[in-house]
Design a protein around this ligand. Structure first.
Ligand SMILES: Nc1ncnc2c1ncn2[C@@H]1O[C@H](COP(=O)(O)OP(=O)(O)OP(=O)(O)O)[C@@H](O)[C@H]1O
Length: 301
């Protein structure tokens, strides 16, 4: 598989009415964090469930360079028997695959501690908050010490502190194994993913290293505010061959996209003064995964 741990070819799951997956070619490198991003309903859960063997594809191919017994998945809304304690839930996970808990249950204690649940080990999980339940779901997967860890929206139920902690954990796990995690929060994915796949309406629009996607799909952009005739400036910019797009935002600012950074930096100030407008503010816009997503889906900010 040439450095690829998971590969799909033309994977299809047809739920009808356009829902599902439509010919997905995924290539997840061996080691590191693969972030699968896409809006609600894009097909993330469907794709991850097929990878984990929990759902079947209608057509296409799935190749795994890892044994099924070395894959663990944590669903987006994990559910447990409410009367069990957190330690019992994690112990059950080990029991299901016939592994022991180690001397004095250290495997269980370590997994719970990794997810910040050490003090809740003996509490019944029925009383857990959504965030705690989600972290427990991660502990249940992590205790199996999988080679491939699949996490479906692991941060969706967490507050900002919990989110940051789980993202740090995901980044750390990616140093010793392969982690695939899905999210509709592009900033989260950009923070920890080495490789990103962008899924929309059941199609994988692009995948690759985050930096390469940004380089490939995001043109240098500036946001500016002027005093004076902004409409005239807008028209003038539209007519320039080095300008690829101009958007007037609701708050009066203009977003200007240029063919390349150097040309934009040299010509933009001159264009503003040529129309007689007074410059109030001019800032480059940082290119991020969100910009890639917007460029690929044609959505507007
Ligand atoms: N078992 C099913 N039967 C019919 N339609 C389904 C089924 N499972 C999912 N869908 C539909 O397929 C589409 C993709 O769903 P999926 O849950 O895979 O997307 P998602 O990207 O994980 O969304 P979310 O972020 O909201 O969880 C949605 O339109 C969903 O309603």
């Amino acid at each position: 598989m040439n450095g690829v741990l998971v590969r799909t070819e033309c994977l299809v799951r047809d739920y009808g009415n356009g829902a599902g997956l439509h010919g997905v070619d995924l290539a997840v490198p061996h080691g590191g964090v693969y972030g699968l991003v896409g809006p609600n309903g894009a097909g993330k859960t469907t794709l991850l469930s097929i990878l984990a063997g929990l759902r079947r594809a209608d057509a296409g191919r799935l190749d795994l360079a890892v044994g099924r017994d070395r894959i663990a998945m944590c669903p987006d809304t994990p559910q447990f028997e409410p009367w069990l304690t957190a330690a019992e839930v994690v112990g059950q996970s080990l029991g299901l695959v016939g592994r022991d808990a180690g001397p004095d249950g250290t495997r269980i204690a370590d997994a719970l501690a990794d997810l910040g649940l050490a003090n809740a080990a003996n509490r019944r999980v029925g009383g857990f908050s959504r965030g705690m339940t989600q972290r427990l779901g991660l502990a249940v997967a992590l205790v199996l010490d999988p080679e491939l860890l699949i996490l479906d929206e692991p941060t969706s139920a967490l507050d900002p502190v919990g989110r940051a902690e789980v993202l740090t954990l995901v980044a750390r796990l990616g140093r010793t194994r392969t982690v695939i995690f899905s999210s509709h929060i592009l900033g989260d994915v950009q923070r920890v993913a080495d490789t990103v796949g962008i899924l929309a309406r059941g199609r994988l629009l692009r995948q690759g290293p985050v930096g390469e996607l940004i380089e490939q799909f995001v043109r240098p952009t500036w946001e500016l505010r002027v005093r004076g005739d902004a409409d005239r400036l807008c028209e003038f910019l539209h007519a320039q061959n080095w300008v690829t797009a101009v958007h007037a935002r609701h708050d009066g600012a203009l977003r200007v996209e240029a063919t390349d950074r150097d040309t934009g930096e040299r010509h933009l100030p001159a264009a503003i003064s040529a129309t007689g407008a007074a410059l109030v503010d001019l800032n480059p816009v940082d290119a991020d995964l969100e910009s890639v997503f917007l460029a690929l889906t044609g959505a507007t900010a």
